[in-house]
Structures are given as C-alpha cells and as structure tokens.
Design a protein around this ligand. Structure first.
Ligand SMILES: NC(=O)c1ccc[n+]([C@@H]2O[C@H](COP(=O)([O-])OP(=O)(O)OC[C@H]3O[C@@H](n4cnc5c(N)ncnc54)[C@H](O)[C@@H]3O)[C@@H](O)[C@H]2O)c1
Length: 319
C-alpha cells in the first residue's frame, strides 16, 4: 500500500516511516521541516517539503493518490500552545481538516491520527485512564487534538472515512527533540551528556516529580502498523499502563548512561528543582487494555531496555 505520512521527518513520524518501509509499504512524506530533520528521513521514502496548512499539499494527493494517510505533523509544544493558541489551532486543527478534506476527495481508505492520551484527559479522576473517560483537556494543544478527533469522527459519519485514532502516552526514544510534548528523557540525556546539572519540575507537595506512562517509540511505531492493518475503526490508548515518577526516570537515565561508560558527576545524583509549569499534570497513566483486546497490540519494551537504546543513540549522535 502507499502511505502518506505527515511529519515523517520528525521524532515519532520518522520511526513510523521506518516501520512502514520495513513492512513493505511505499511511503510518501509531507513535512515542512520546522522541527523535523532530513537526517531522520528513511532513504526509501519520498519527501515533499510542504506545509499541511498550504494548498500545495493538494498537489501531493493529486500526484501520489495514497491509500492510507498517517497524520503526525503538528505543533507539539504545550507551553507554546498556551502562549500562541491561534497558531496552534491553525496547524493542529485547520491542518487536520485540510488533510481530511483531501482524504475524502481522493478516496483514502484509512486515516491514522496521532493524538495524545498524555494530555487529552487532563487531571483524570480515574487512573489508569481508559478511552471511555470524558476528556478534560487543560491546554490549547490538548484542545486542538480533541477537536481534531471530533472532525475525524465527523468525516467517518458523513463520508464513511475509516480511521484509527491513537492516543499516545509520553513517548521517548532516539531522535526526540527536547522541547516537544514529552521531551523529558531528551532533556535529561542531552544535559547529562553536556555535563549540565538537569532540573526536575515538580508540584510543591510531590518532590519526586510527576507520574507519567513512558512508552518507547518503537512500540509506538508498531502500534501504527497494527492499526493500519486492522479492520477496526476506533480510538485506542497507546502506552504501557505503568506509571514512573520523574525522579525515578532521572535515575534510570543516569544508570543507563553509566552502563554505557559515561562518567556522571556525583553531585548530579540529585537533580536541581523547579516548580511545575502551567498545563503540567500530576498523574497520567493510560489504560491500554482496549488496544490489546481489539488490535492485539501491546508495548514490548520495558523502561530499562528503551532507555538503554535511547542513550546509546544520543551517545552515538553527540555533537
Ligand atoms: N512526543 C510525544 O510524547 C507525543 C505524545 C502524544 C502525541 N504526540 C503526537 O505525535 C506527533 C509527532 O510528535 P513528535 O514528538 O514526533 O514531534 P516532532 O516535532 O518531532 O514531529 C512533528 C513533525 O511534523 C512536522 N511539522 C510540524 N508542523 C508542520 C506543518 N505545518 N506542515 C508540515 N509538517 C509539519 C515537523 O517538521 C516534524 O517533522 C504529533 O502529532 C504529536 O502531537 C506526541
């Protein structure tokens, strides 16, 4: 099948492209390279340097006529979405609608969408949080993802466009940039490699930091393949179902770096401290049983293995 991956030169999108190519698909990428990099591009994929907000994306649909659209391009910074909600909505909501319109017009078979389980539920009363929980998004970024989900469902009900919405937990792994939705692993690793003492953001009453469901990016990529092949239309949480505190993640990162031979100063054992930022949640853990039951997908990597591969990549790509 021919798959059009938006954001295919970004962190997650590039792993998704690799997985599609390994699975034997033809891949076309649409990416404006605002945060994505050509180094991330799989050499077998064809890149169109186009913005999803521009009419030029129509030419790509016209030329390529993709069977599947896999939509990963987005403005991904929560703080930036708070500062510039209009810009966030332009890219994340209007960009998605443009792709849905083109998907309908060009007879796309399925629309796969990267949504956020890590942000959409807000400070959920039920943890782990399942897909039936009513989202209470607390940032323009999360609102824009929720709105996109509603448009996707509208295109299903009116035009029959099949879809899979994947609500990711906090994703980490090689190629991640530090300022994204869930960049804490990238931030800690890059700082530790540069011999800069990292800072841990926390709520005043929780000194060990917030709790997150960290999922390794290769597991996320495999969820995309499974979702594309599945006959199901629907929405699925994608994560590990397990919570980790930021301080534990920090210590695991130091351990992984030390196992790889990197000397970390003793005074870095404890991170510096700062107060949580607007939009930060105390707890986010996803209930991932639906994905297992209906798609037959589950995360394979545990945190130690995922971090080990991640720091290995950062060490090899140190500048
Ligand atoms: N990182 C996470 O933990 C996480 C969690 C939940 C959901 N997501 C979602 O996964 C997707 C990928 O996130 P990521 O972490 O890989 O971010 P990323 O910034 O690395 O990737 C985004 C890609 O989209 C491209 N892009 C941005 N705006 C564009 C535009 N207007 N037109 C064309 N291309 C554009 C960028 O150049 C980049 O290659 C996003 O939709 C994000 O919301 C990420």
């Amino acid at each position: 099948m021919k798959v059009l991956v938006t954001g295919g030169c970004g962190f997650i999108g590039s792993h998704v492209v690799d997985a599609y190519i390994n699975d034997g698909h033809e891949v076309v990428i649409v990416d404006n390279l605002s945060t994505g990099k050509t180094e991330n591009k799989n050499e077998k994929a064809k890149l169109y340097k186009v913005d999803i907000c521009d009419e030029g994306v129509r030419d790509v649909f016209y030329k390529e006529k993709p069977d599947i659209v896999n939509h990963h391009a987005a403005q991904i910074s929560v703080p930036l979405s708070v500062k510039e909600p209009l810009m966030d909505a332009e890219i994340n909501i209007k960009g998605t609608i443009r792709l849905l319109e083109l998907s309908r017009e060009y007879g796309v078979q399925k629309f796969v969408f990267a949504s956020t389980g890590g942000a959409i539920y807000g400070e959920a009363e039920k943890v782990p949080t399942d897909e039936g929980y009513s989202p209470e998004p607390l940032s323009p970024y999360a609102i824009s993802k929720f709105a996109s989900e509603k448009y996707i469902k509208f295109y299903r009900s009116l035009y029959g466009l099949r879809f899979v919405i994947l609500r990711y937990s906090n994703v980490y792994g090689p190629r991640q940039i530090p300022h994204g939705e869930a960049g804490v692993v990238a931030i800690f690793t890059e700082k530790l490699l540069a011999n800069v003492h990292p800072t841990l953001n926390h709520f005043p009453d929780e000194e060990r930091g917030m709790i997150r469901d960290y999922c390794y990016v290769k597991d996320i990529a495999s969820a995309n393949i499974t979702a594309t092949k599945s006959t199901k239309t629907g929405m699925f949480n994608i994560g590990t179902g397990k919570g980790t505190r930021t301080l534990d993640l920090y210590r695991y990162t130091i351990n992984a770096l030390r196992r790889k031979g990197k000397a970390i100063p003793q005074e870095f054992e404890d991170p510096k401290r700062a107060i949580a930022r607007p939009g930060d949640l105390k707890v986010s853990i996803l209930d991932v049983r639906r994905a297992k039951k209906e798609l037959g997908w589950k995360a394979i990597y545990d945190m130690q293995n995922g971090l080990f591969e991640t720091v290995d990549w950062y060490l090899k790509n140190e500048t």
